[in-house]
Every structure is written in structure tokens, then in C-alpha cells.
Design a protein around this ligand. Structure first.
Ligand code: 2AM
Length: 181
């Protein structure tokens, strides 16, 4: 039986999940950055950009959560990940867009609104779009090498369950929500 049926709560977040070409392009940044900053590369299959991190949610509220996300009428867009940066507070190296598309800001704002409306609670955080590429790194404020821009066409967002096992964190996409062209 799948864990989703038996667990009283699930660790969940909403994210943008890349298709193969985008994932490969993002993963191609990793070796050069790792040479510079050390640390551990995120497995290519796990690369994503979190929109809203919910944390633990009662399993019986999963359907209501999906209905809340279905209400979001977002528009498709393209995002360009064009800079590698380091966060000292959690020792990660990540890909970021220098320009955040208005549709993405709007998508997160609307998603948060609908989640609140349906009584889902999460930490209020300033939205900083990023894709974590390396964990456990050590770096300074010095700029990281310039990377080839990754153009990511976004036509959907997803609900993801974070599962932990002996190998570490593992992610499972539970549901997909389309964006309008
Ligand atoms: P990160 O990549 O910057 O660590 C699953 O853990 C996803 O949710 C990751 O992309 C992680 O971001 C993000 N996230 C946001 N807030 C989190 C929190 N409080 N705890 C764990 N992950 C969080």
C-alpha cells in the first residue's frame, strides 16, 4: 500500500517541476559549481523550484488542498535562470533568475491567497525563486562563475510530497495544475 494512504500527515510543497531538457540544462551547472564550492550535488531528478512550502499537512486534507490549487487561474510563462548564487544561512548554491516574471509573482500570490482561504497555514516568507543545485557548500560573497542561461517554459505547477528514507529526501509529484496559454 502506498504511504499516502496510511500516514496521518504528509510533508508537502508546491513547486515548478522541470521537464527533461530544462532539468538537464540546470544539472549541467553542477560540476563547475561543485569544483568551486564543494558540497553535494542535488540529484538531477530532484531539481525543482519551490513556490510554497506547506510542511506537514493532515492526509485527510489532501483533496481539499488539491481543490484549492485547482482554483488558481494562472498564466503560462517562461523564466530564465541566468545566475548562480550562494546562501550562507543554509549553505546552498542555487540557480536564480535575475528578472522574475510577473506571472510567477502573481501565481505565488494567488496560490497563497487560495490556500489561506481554505485554511491551510504556512510560514509567511518572501518569495525568492531558486533551484537548489548543491547542498553543504562553503562559499563567500564573491560572485560565482557565469553560467549558460536556462530558459524554462512553465505551463503547470505541481504538488509534491517530500519523503525521507536511508538515501535522504525523495520527492513524489502528487498532482499537476495547468496554467493558461
Ligand atoms: P531549498 O531548496 O531552498 O532548501 C523541499 O524541502 C523544498 O521546500 C526545497 O526546495 C526547500 O527549499 C523548500 N523549503 C522551503 N521552506 C522550507 C522549510 N522550512 N523546510 C524545508 N524545506 C523548505
Amino acid at each position: 500500500m502506498k504511504q499516502i494512504d496510511t500516514k496521518p500527515s504528509l510533508r508537502l510543497f508546491f513547486a515548478l517541476w522541470p521537464k527533461e531538457a530544462t532539468r538537464t540544462a540546470l544539472a549541467s551547472w553542477q560540476p563547475r559549481l561543485r569544483e568551486q564550492c564543494r558540497g553535494k550535488e542535488m540529484h538531477a531528478d530532484t531539481l525543482h523550484s519551490t513556490l510554497v512550502f506547506l510542511g506537514e499537512v493532515d492526509a485527510h486534507r489532501l483533496e481539499a488542498l488539491q481543490l484549492a490549487a485547482q482554483e488558481v487561474m494562472g498564466s503560462a510563462f517562461e523564466i530564465e535562470f541566468d545566475v548562480a548564487r550562494y546562501w550562507g544561512h543554509n549553505h546552498i548554491v542555487y540557480a536564480a533568475p535575475q528578472t522574475v516574471p510577473i506571472e510567477l509573482t502573481e501565481l505565488v500570490r494567488t496560490l497563497e491567497q487560495h490556500l489561506h482561504k481554505h485554511h491551510f497555514h504556512f510560514e509567511p516568507r518572501e518569495f525568492k525563486p531558486h533551484v537548489t543545485l548543491l547542498r553543504h557548500t562553503q562559499w563567500s560573497d564573491a560572485p560565482l562563475p557565469q553560467m549558460n542561461t536556462v530558459r524554462w517554459p512553465v505551463r503547470e505547477f505541481v504538488l509534491v510530497q517530500s519523503l525521507s528514507d536511508e538515501q535522504g529526501a525523495r520527492y513524489e509529484v502528487l498532482a499537476r495544475f495547468g496554467l493558461r496559454d
